[in-house]
Design a protein. Sequence first.
Length: 496
Amino acid sequence: MRRPPPERFPLVLRTSLGFAALGVGSSVCGSGVVFLLLTLQGSPRDIDQDWVLAVVSAGYIALALLVGTAWTALLQRRTVVWFVLGRDPTEQEARRALRIPTDMALVSGTLWLIGTVLHGALAGALGSAWDALGVGLTVLLGGLTTVGLTYLIAERVARPVMTLALSVSPPQGRLAVTVLTRLVLTWAMASGVPMLGVLFVATPPSLGDADPTASLIVLAVIGLVLGAFATALLARAVASPLHRLRVALDEVARGRTDVTVPVDDSSEIGMLQTSVNDMVAGLRERERLRDLFGRHVGTEVATHALEYGASLSGDVREVTALFVDVVDSTALAYRMPPEELVAKLNRLFTAVVDAVATQGGLVNKFQGDAALCVFGAPTRLADPATSALLAARAIRDAVRDTGELDLGIGVAAGPVFAGQLGTSSRFEYTVIGDAVNEAARLTESAKKVPGRLLASAAVVEAATPSEQRNWKRGRRVQLRGRKQATVTYAALTRPE
């Protein structure tokens, strides 16, 4: 067998030592309970050869420890292989690994049951039937204590193994282990075993002449110790994962979606851990889709769709449209490689998006080497005209600084339909109206003027006085497809 990966070795060593300590410790604890009960009751009165029973008990404990270790290793041999080698388990191997506490408890219970029969029969052969019953009940109480301790502690020791197994086979459906199971075991160790011990000491058959009052006091102390230990195990097994869940949910409430809770419990708590991870994964996927959605249609449109739903609806808005188009793009595509042209267009559109977003507008769509920007829809603006003119000048200055492309910019204002257009299965947010057509036509004319930027009189006259000073009245032009001529304003090369 190959050696475990270096990063897995400390975990393998710690877990192996934990199981070894569990096997020895639980057996010693159970034997201690038997010894105390026999001491409290006194030696069996009809057995003269006590040493025979003591020697057999010591031999059986040693043999049971070896058999139990080998038996458990045989049941979990596949678990040992994948855990030591550092590979992920198969689903069948994972389900088997989740049975570690149950397998260890069953092995321990079976061996203690055999020990109960063996010691009872030996006590009966050396003494009387009452001695057989008394010794048998004493060993049985010790066995119940050992089984309970084994199960509760095994869950803790096997947690690294179970965490890996639960990542492959998360808890679902009908659970083999529940919080109720742990509560019952805790009650059995804290109250059940001491109560049976009290009944055993206080009622016949009495094995000896021990003082019942002192015996009951000692049993009460044993019950308190066992109860405190079992309760501490249960509290840690429940409180620790719940604390991690609370911390994770606090992080999610703060907006983090990269939180993951380790699933290390096979009970309802494990199902809750899995549910939290599924919920966070859903939130993470939702944020990813929202980000992609926003990148395709714009953050404003994405927010509008999430708030009002997706439907073929819209309304008429007073907006300012800004249209950007590259000069002589056909010749550019002929002269330069496609990837170089795309890189330049991407740098242009970066300047467009930054300038428009700064003024609260929306880049509604990219059309090859052109872009349509809208101010006033879907988000209403207090002064869409001024915002559009500021963005237009910012785009012009940014493109002029790079010197890579020549472009025309047209700005127009008016009522448009703003909303979803298409079919119920596929649609997009768009604006339709004369203002959009006018901005596109002004862009064609802007390509022929020195400043490469034209705005309609309606836009400039609606802007603030400080912005109006950056524009000068131009000539009246007859735009293609429009009956009335448009009074234009051109941006000053240097602001006044």
